[in-house]
Ligand binder design. Structure first.
Ligand SMILES: Cc1cc2nc3c(=O)[nH]c(=O)nc-3n(C[C@H](O)[C@H](O)[C@H](O)COP(=O)(O)OP(=O)(O)OC[C@H]3O[C@@H](n4cnc5c(N)ncnc54)[C@H](O)[C@@H]3O)c2cc1C
Ligand code: FES
Length: 260
């Protein structure tokens, strides 16, 4: 059950340009977390009222990992976290990447930049089940890649400038390889909206089901403010509108309507 907790920062390291990996000790929350879920981080010391949502990039019984990119005021504060510092968090929030190993034979993870965060946790859970997934991670340059080595998965790196891995866009490389996967395949995706839109518009092989973790600017993260609405094409959501924080963040791509 979700709860508010005081987490202790255990480490906070820069792993790529503007990207940090943090480990938080929060046993009240860590043991319950599943891939796809996120936590809210509060910043009571600043004038910002709203918490900031971050995907859980890994969890053990007592610790939570976060992979985050510095883009504004609060993520800049996070980059200055030091070991021993205490912060307030709420979680776990949202739904999960449901691993359906009875139904699928192959598992592909497709991450754009820091969108690799929830997929790292998903990879860990797949490995626990004896599954070695294919993990595509793309960035503009080598310096912006959050992960460069990963023996737990079949790692496929792409960079726009070709500074490491395959040259070009990660979605294009995934699509090029997609036809090689003939068995029922579960594809889990997190990255920029444009990446999702391309995947939505393209006709993928019939054997592939695609699940996307969406990011919307959030206020409450609890389904109260209606601030994170996404339009869907599915009747299973109230009036075809879903809340990313409560009904998601993970959706079947078939159900989501992406705006141009
Ligand atoms: C469910 C969920 C999971 C997330 N997981 C991660 C994660 O694992 N790692 C990570 O680095 N980030 C993640 N994010 C995004 C993260 O919440 C934002 O980067 C963060 O809130 C920015 O805070 P800030 O105060 O530094 O930036 P702000 O000062 O609030 O904003 C700076 C700029 O970024 C834009 N922005 C703010 N939030 C978002 C957003 N959610 N999407 C796109 N643009 C935004 C603002 O419009 C503004 O232009 C996630 C978001 C959601 C909704
Ligand atoms: S952020 Fe408030 S309802 Fe989703």
């Amino acid at each position: 059950m979700k709860c508010v907790a005081t987490a202790i920062i255990r480490s906070n390291q820069k792993v790529a340009d503007g990207i940090f990996l943090a480990s938080l000790e929060a046993p009240e929350i860590a043991g319950q977390c599943l891939p796809g879920q996120f936590i809210n981080i509060y910043f009571p010391e600043t004038t910002k009222i709203f918490p900031r949502p971050f995907s859980i990039a890994g969890a053990s019984d007592s610790r939570i990992k976060l992979l985050y990119k510095v883009i504004g005021s609060q993520t800049t504060l996070m980059s200055g976290w030091s070991a021993g510092q205490k912060i307030k968090i709420l979680g776990p929030l949202g739904n999960i990447f449901d691993i359906q190993e009875q139904h699928y034979r192959d598992f592909i993870l497709l991450g754009g930049g820091v969108g690799a965060a929830p997929l790292m946790f998903l990879r860990d859970e797949l490995v626990k089940k004896g599954i070695k997934p294919y993990f595509f991670i793309g960035a503009k340059t080598k310096a912006e890649l959050p992960v460069v080595e990963d023996s737990a998965s079949h790692l496929i790196l792409t960079t726009d400038d070709g500074s490491v891995g395959l040259k070009g866009n990660v979605v294009e490389h995934f699509l090029r390889m997609a036809e090689n996967y003939k068995t029922p395949t579960q594809v889990s995706v997190c990255g920029p909206d444009m990446m999702m839109k391309v995947l939505k518009d393209i006709s993928l092989p019939q054997n592939m089901d695609v699940f996307v973790s969406l990011e919307k600017t959030m206020a409450c993260g609890l389904g109260l403010c209606q601030g994170c609405v996404v339009e869907t094409t599915s009747g299973k959501y109230n009036g075809h509108y879903a809340l990313v924080c409560k009904d998601g963040p993970v959706f079947n791509i078939k159900d989501v309507k992406f705006n141009d």
